[in-house]
Ligand binder design. Structure first.
Ligand code: SAM
Length: 295
């Protein structure tokens, strides 16, 4: 399944794309947003596309090989936390920066790294396997109170205590190494009614562990602050988040930076996908976009 870029028209509108401008797509994935921006900056603008996942990066890079927009793209396999050094290396003072946070459909469907409880895969969940802590290490080596706290803080999992206890009991019998291992351990720790709800009973545990494996919230904080630093005066920052923790971080950073007189918010509050987009792309339903302009 190809990852459909969310809020595409809104991203182009709020980035206020100027012909021949310079933009950074901090979370390129397959390049849906990057290519749409590249079309608008002809003939001689540039988009720096950053993707942390090396396997995904290679696929995207080779998919662009014969694309006529390739000449306008600078592709970087790195984390957006390094935005400053990336911009410096390419002598780039951007007119706009986009973050489309979280993970891609590619991670669920192709990566083979255990992002989904719907498939039996090794339990890793790192975007970049040279960084972070694989989930099998978290569940097998972290203390039970630590795991409980992770499930509470990043998953808002109401059964954090019983799930973490179940992890503690079961990992003594056999290390928890695959997605199915983890789902079984969660399954015995939660009541039946919890298993019959629309949202799968393992969703929150998987989300919480993925956030920690990749230090996702720390990355968002660092990345967004770096973006504000490197933007050209008048340049735009657009951030799309899919979960409450990230949205809260962005909201708070924007609030502080407005107070400090470093940014304004040309669009107050949150932009949500319109109903027709939500119908054709269910993933977009949880998207929340925020916009800032550098002073
Ligand atoms: C929601 S997807 C972006 C989708 C993209 N806008 C599109 O239209 O196809 C988020 C992407 O960000 C990447 N990512 C996650 N953390 C990152 C980081 N710290 N630095 C750079 N990329 C990151 C993920 O690997 C994933 O491919």
């Amino acid at each position: 399944m190809i990852h459909t870029p969310v809020l595409l028209n809104e991203v182009l509108e709020y980035l206020k794309i100027v012909p021949s401008g310079r933009y950074i797509d901090a979370t390129m994935n397959g390049g849906g947003h990057s290519l749409a921006i590249a079309e608008k900056i002809q003939p001689d603008g540039f988009v720096v596309g950053i993707e942390w996942d090396s396997d995904l990066f290679k696929e995207t890079e080779s998919s662009f090989k014969n694309n006529s927009l390739r000449k306008n793209l600078i592709l970087v396999n790195d984390s957006y936390v390094n935005l400053k050094s990336i911009a410096k290396k390419h002598d780039f003072e951007p007119d706009g920066i986009l973050f489309d946070l979280g993970l891609s459909s590619w991670h669920y469907e192709v990566s083979g790294r255990g992002f989904t409880f719907k498939k039996e895969e090794p339990l890793d969940m790192r975007f970049n396997t040279s960084n972070g802590v694989p989930v099998n290490e978290i569940v097998n080596l972290y203390s039970i109170p630590e795991i409980e706290q992770i499930l509470r803080d990043y998953g808002e999992e109401q059964f954090a205590q019983s799930i973490s206890e179940s992890i503690g009991i079961n990992r003594k019998k056999k290390p928890i190494m695959t997605t199915n291992d983890l789902v079984s351990v969660i399954s015995v720790a939660v009541p039946n009614w919890y298993k019959n709800r629309k949202i799968h009973f393992a969703t929150k545990t998987f989300q919480a562990l993925r956030i920690v494996a990749n230090n996702e919230l720390g990355n968002v904080t660092e990345g967004v602050l770096a973006a504000i630093d490197i933007l050209k005066p008048g340049g735009r920052l657009v951030v799309i988040s899919f979960q409450g923790h990230e949205d809260k971080i962005v909201r708070e950073i924007f609030k502080e930076q407005v107070k400090a007189g470093r940014i304004t918010q040309p669009k107050k509050g949150t932009v949500r996908p319109k109903w027709p987009e939500q119908q054709v792309n269910p993933r977009s339903r949880s998207a929340k976009m925020k916009v800032a302009e550098k002073v």
